[in-house]
Design a protein around this ligand. Structure first.
Ligand SMILES: NC(=O)C1=CN([C@@H]2O[C@H](COP(=O)(O)OP(=O)(O)OC[C@H]3O[C@@H](n4cnc5c(N)ncnc54)[C@H](OP(=O)(O)O)[C@@H]3O)[C@@H](O)[C@H]2O)[C@@H](O)CC1
Ligand SMILES: [K+]
Length: 246
């Protein structure tokens, strides 16, 4: 699978369709209710894509590389927990840091967390030093206001760690409704966004937070996009389920 395709390099030059939070919530709803593509399935695709980019860009060839996974209690955290499972199975030494107590995890992320516990994956309270990569699964498209509390502390810690950061869907702190960054915002080396680029992600002004941008296919049927209130042209993945688009 080639991760780089020249013709995908500059989406704003290519008119990549972008989507805001409301649109993505509608896509998620129709995936489940119209097509029966369960959240677990979407989350598995999201997490595997995150793990694949993590492995191929930062971890391949290294012996038991250490990965710190920062997980919020929503779908973004769930996708990162799937990536944690895949990376652990590929030989990474994974440490999970939850932003909220495990009891606050939403049902599907909680299921992912239970699997990780069953695998004996380490869950640590304080983020460890010296990891080779940090996964940002704190907040995705459901940011509400500027990050606060432990989430904000973890963002600040990750940014100051000197360790590369790979963000899921959006860098935590990025507002997918407005395309603007709240502070603090994760300053990611790369972001794996899901289905469609979230509104504003390809704006060069936010590149310092987004980093290199990958788009992951989570199997949205073209007809779903075509019958949206504002029809969307489907990105052509054509057998390559992760594309670098910026
Ligand atoms: N088809 C797809 O695209 C798929 C998308 N998927 C993924 O789901 C994501 C959307 O998931 P979501 O809606 O569960 O919420 P999400 O973004 O995880 O954030 C909620 C968390 O953020 C927190 N939080 C919010 N604001 C905050 C603040 N200011 N300061 C601090 N904390 C704040 C909030 O805390 P709380 O409000 O509960 O206290 C809660 O913990 C999406 O981005 C994608 O990654 C996958 O499921 C696969 C399919
Ligand atoms: K994130």
């Amino acid at each position: 699978m080639t991760m780089e395709r020249d013709d995908w390099q500059f989406p704003w030059a290519k008119g990549w369709p972008e989507i805001d939070r409301a649109g993505m919530v509608e896509v998620d709803r129709r995936m489940v209710e119209t097509y029966g593509i369960a959240l677990e399935k979407m989350m598995e695709n999201a997490g595997r894509a995150l793990a694949t980019v993590a492995w191929r860009r930062w971890l391949v060839g290294r012996d038991a590389p250490r990965v710190t996974v920062l997980a919020g209690n929503g779908g973004n955290g769930g996708g990162a927990l799937v990536a944690a499972r895949r990376l652990a199975a590929w030989g990474a030494c994974v440490e999970i840091v939850l932003a909220r107590p495990a009891t606050a995890l939403a049902p599907v992320p909680a299921g992912q967390f239970a699997i990780l516990k069953g695998m004996g994956i380490a869950v640590v309270e304080d983020p460890p030093e010296g990891a080779g990569l940090i996964l940002d699964g704190l907040i995705g498209y459901s940011l509400s206001g500027a990050p606060i509390g432990r989430v904000a502390d973890l963002i600040t810690w990750a940014n100051g760690s000197g360790t590369p950061i790979l963000a899921l869907d959006v860098p935590s702190g990025f507002d997918a409704s407005t395309g603007r960054l709240a502070m603090p915002s994760v300053s990611a080396n790369a972001t794996v966004t899901l289905a469609l680029p979230k509104r504003g992600l390809t704006d060069p002004a936010v590149r310092w937070a987004v980093g290199d941008l990958y788009l992951a296919d989570i199997s949205v049927p073209p007809a779903l996009y075509a019958t949206m209130a504002c029809p969307i042209r489907t990105p052509s993945f054509a057998g390559e389920d992760i594309l670098r688009i910026a």
